[in-house]
Design a protein around this ligand. Structure first.
Ligand code: AMP
Length: 192
């Protein structure tokens, strides 16, 4: 199995690039933000719990996220040749829990690919996306600022965690979608 983390701040292009990655490498996509939005849309208890955190741009508690990912891996493992994790892990405890979950299944993370995008560009991309995404957290300046702050304070340490395991690579995330995808593909090919 090939298990990869696509990492980066909100608005870095993780969703867009994940679609291209799953298409080319036939990996299973686990995007925790998408999973929470699905629960929200279906009105499940998990969705209701997550909503108050998501609406403010704060992180959903670790144990909730980890439980959801564990369940998703169990559901898909038999038919999967590997995973692309998108928007997860977002804290060091989540990263450690993911390592444990994979280890129990005789698996590991091959590498983390981080998309590096300047803050001003992130803000303008998120605002643009907000015009069509319908996401409450994409449409308000204070919430966008908070998501970037939460990323810097709580999520960036996850990059150091994988860097410490020599599994971290950073890619410049500004340019055409295809240019960026080609750089990502080069890195994935080195991990195979
Ligand atoms: P995203 O679609 O990845 O931008 O996620 C949207 C929102 O879902 C985030 O702002 C968080 O409230 C929540 N969320 C998604 N993934 C995680 C995660 N790994 N840990 C905690 N909260 C998350």
């Amino acid at each position: 199995m090939l298990n990869i983390i696509l990492f980066g701040p909100p608005g870095a292009g993780k969703g867009t690039q994940s679609e291209k990655i799953i298409d080319k490498y036939k990996l299973t996509h686990i995007a925790t933000g998408d999973l929470f939005r699905k629960h929200l849309g279906e009105g499940t208890d998990l969705g209701k719990l997550a909503q108050k955190y998501m609406d403010e741009g704060n992180l959903v508690p670790d144990e909730v996220v980890i439980g959801m990912v564990d369940e998703k891996i169990k559901e898909t493992k038999a038919n999967s040749s590997g995973y692309i994790f998108d928007g997860f892990p977002r804290t060091v405890p989540q990263a450690k829990a993911l390592d444990t979950l994979l280890k129990e299944k005789g698996e590991k993370i091959a590498g983390m690919i981080a998309l590096d995008v300047p803050e001003e560009e992130l803000k303008s991309r998120i605002k643009e996306r907000g015009k069509t995404s319908g996401r409450a957290d994409d449409q308000n300046e204070a919430k966008i600022e908070n998501r970037i702050k939460v990323y810097q304070e709580e999520t960036l340490p996850v990059a150091n965690y994988y860097d410490g395991e020599s599994k971290y690579v950073k890619i410049h995330g500004v340019g055409s979608i295809d240019e960026i995808f080609s750089k990502i593909s080069n890195e994935i090919d080195k991990l195979k």
